[in-house]
Design a protein around this ligand. Structure first.
Ligand SMILES: *Cc1c(COP(=O)(O)O)cnc(C)c1O
Length: 219
């Protein structure tokens, strides 16, 4: 199945970049996919999944989690502050931390729960007005403010602009992450995950190349 092809391509890209085997984590992005496709990928052994919508994830994952031990869920879509509590309880990682109000809320939730999901700061590497993410020049201050709130930060994430060469964006994200002591690099999707691995990605977020095209486009 397509999952195995993607895993082979990831291992090959790691080797080509001189990186250790399994240094890259595959997040299978299952948003809006029909349940039978997701089940097939679970049955093939994949356990790390990405979702974009809190409500959708909340509806479908509790049952699969009970059936397939070891499932890890990553939030990769924009997170509204009023969904932060549900998200902090449901997800093992949130890749879209992009504003102070959300950071404050997640810090309070982590205090209350006694644990915190992994957190990736989303950086708007293309400074696109319509896109979520902290602007590159604001990231150092944002990271410092999150840490002052008591958050533990695990990495940085970006979605390069459509139709542009992603390489400069991956390099910028890596430089920002290194400057801020962020070990994780969440970058690379179906069309460009091998390039992202060459540029140091630790987490690639692959959807359609595993599950097939989505019936309606992602936001
Ligand atoms: C949908 C989505 C993906 C997966 O996209 P594909 O092109 O289908 O691989 C990855 N990251 C984010 C943030 C997404 O919204």
């Amino acid at each position: 199945m397509a999952l195995n092809d993607i895993l082979l391509r990831i291992r090959a890209a790691e080797a080509a970049a001189g990186r250790p085997e399994r240094s890259v984590t595959l997040i299978a992005v299952s948003k809006v996919q029909p349940p039978e496709r997701v089940r097939a990928v679970l049955e093939a052994g994949q356990r790390i999944f990405g979702e974009n919508y809190v409500q959708e994830a909340q509806g479908k994952w509790p049952d699969w989690r009970a059936e397939f031990p070891g499932v890890e869920l990553h939030m990769v879509g924009p997170l509204q502050s009023n969904k932060a509590k549900v998200a902090a309880e449901l997800f093992d990682a949130i890749h879209t931390l992009d504003r102070a109000s959300l950071a404050g809320r997640l810090a309070r939730l982590a205090d209350g729960m006694g644990r915190q999901p992994q957190l990736f700061v989303q950086v708007n590497t293309g400074s696109e007005p319509q896109k979520a993410g902290v602007l590159p020049e604001s990231t150092d201050a944002f990271v410092a403010a999150c840490r002052a709130d008591g958050l533990r930060l695990d990495g940085a994430m970006c979605i390069p602009p459509e139709g542009e060469d992603p390489t400069p964006h991956f390099r910028l994200l890596r430089a920002i992450a290194e400057a801020n002591g962020l070990p994780g690099l969440s970058m690379g999707m179906s069309a460009d995950f091998e390039i992202a691995i060459a540029e140091g990605a630790t987490h690639v977020r692959v959807g359609s190349a595993i599950f097939g095209e989505r019936d309606y486009p992602a936001v």
